[in-house]
Design a protein around this ligand. Structure first.
Ligand code: NAI
Length: 333
């Protein structure tokens, strides 16, 4: 009998890519439109595996219900695992697997896209020319060449970012708990502490996971330490930044602009069409009105190559579990 996989928060593109990739008879996928939470967990009854994404909620109560429903594996189809209570999963005896690297290039290229769009005000000029306004006032940017970028976290994605920005001729500073020194040396990256990143960077880009140590690392205190006019890019996780502190920094002009592919309360909004609803989130509303802020809907990963890799690795993770093989992509508390 085929392994039953309950696939939460399924979008059309997920179905297309996973159905194409799932060429065996051993896995049957049931696609649910709902996100995983305390209510929708009931759908997992009869499933051996659940497959979830970045905005599903997998806390201890949900995990308890998953166990009661007979779920034996939690397969994340993303790299970050901050939305899963790993200790609760371990206590329930349910292993958690993820896709550690599906395309660091996709996210890195997107982070640089945000930098360039903000710097050269591409979205503003596009809006203007659509209105037949061909003036350049207010569109001046700066050369990336010779500027200093501070990369927070120097993992897989950040290393791709560094390679791209090295190509631009930027000075690169990086901070990581366990930096890849050989890589840093090869690219001439200066490994510094966080305060130095804040003090010297013209652009700060965040590539650390969300952990208790990194939660709200961008706050009033850190923004105070930054260079006036700094650009902040976040393709990591929303809660790396305190949105109220960022709004204050933008209002005081300490922060010149921000590119946010993630937002601290994105679970309520991202990946849905809410154009007919009233949004009661004041912080998001303020950010969306600012001409020097770009907010996108956690789309940095969204390339053809990345989705194909996500499907391939997720299905391999599930097949390894079925076969009782070592789970190479398991995450433990
Ligand atoms: P990675 O695991 O390769 O790199 C993370 C780096 O952060 C590691 O080198 C680690 O040593 C460092 N680190 C961890 N805690 C730290 C701390 N407290 N201070 C300094 N450094 C610390 O991860 P990868 O693949 O580069 O991804 C980074 C993050 O990007 C993921 O955790 C995820 O949250 C986010 N992401 C966002 C996507 C999007 O679509 N916007 C898609 C994929 C990942």
């Amino acid at each position: 009998m085929a392994i039953q996989v309950g696939f939460y928060d399924a979008k059309n593109y997920d179905r297309t890519v996973f159905n194409t990739s799932n060429d065996g008879e051993d896995i049957e996928i049931h696609y649910f439109g709902d996100r995983l939470n305390e209510e929708s967990v009931r759908l997992s009854k009869g499933m051996d595996v659940i497959c979830i994404f970045v905005d599903d909620t997998c806390d201890s109560r949900v995990i308890e219900a998953l166990k009661a429903n007979g779920v034996r594996l939690i397969a994340l189809r993303c790299a970050g695992f901050n939305n899963v209570d790993l200790a609760a999963a371990a206590a329930a005896g349910i292993p958690v697997v993820r896709v550690p690297a599906y395309s660091p290039h996709a996210v890195a290229e997107y982070a640089v896209t945000l930098m360039l769009c903000l710097n050269r005000k591409v979205y503003r000029s596009t809006n203007r020319t659509r209105e037949w306004n061909f003036k350049l006032d207010g569109l001046m940017g700066f050369d990336m060449y010779g500027k200093t970028v501070g990369i927070v976290g120097l993992g897989r994605i950040a290393r791709c970012v560094a390679e791209i920005l090295h190509g631009f001729g930027m000075k690169i500073l990086a901070y990581d708990l366990y930096p890849d020194k050989a890589f840093a040396e090869k690219l001439g990256i200066e490994l510094v502490d966080l305060d130095e990143i804040y003090r010297r960077s013209d652009i700060i880009t965040l590539h650390v996971p969300l952990t208790p140590q990194t939660r709200y690392m961008i706050n009033n205190v850190s923004i105070d330490k930054m260079k006036p006019g700094v650009m902040i890019i976040n393709t990591g996780r929303g809660k790396l930044i305190s949105s109220s502190a960022l709004i204050e920094g933008l209002r005081s002009r300490k922060v010149s602009c921000a590119g946010l592919d993630v937002y601290e309360d994105e679970q309520k909004y991202f990946y849905e069409d809410l154009s007919d609803s009233m949004i009661s989130d004041d912080k998001l509303s303020i950010l969306l009105t600012m001409p020097n802020v770009i907010v996108t809907s956690h789309q940095a990963f969204f390339t053809k190559e990345a989705l194909e890799n996500i499907a391939h690795t997720t299905l391999t993770n599930i097949r390894d579990f079925i076969a009782g093989k070592p789970l190479v992509n398991e995450v433990k508390p």
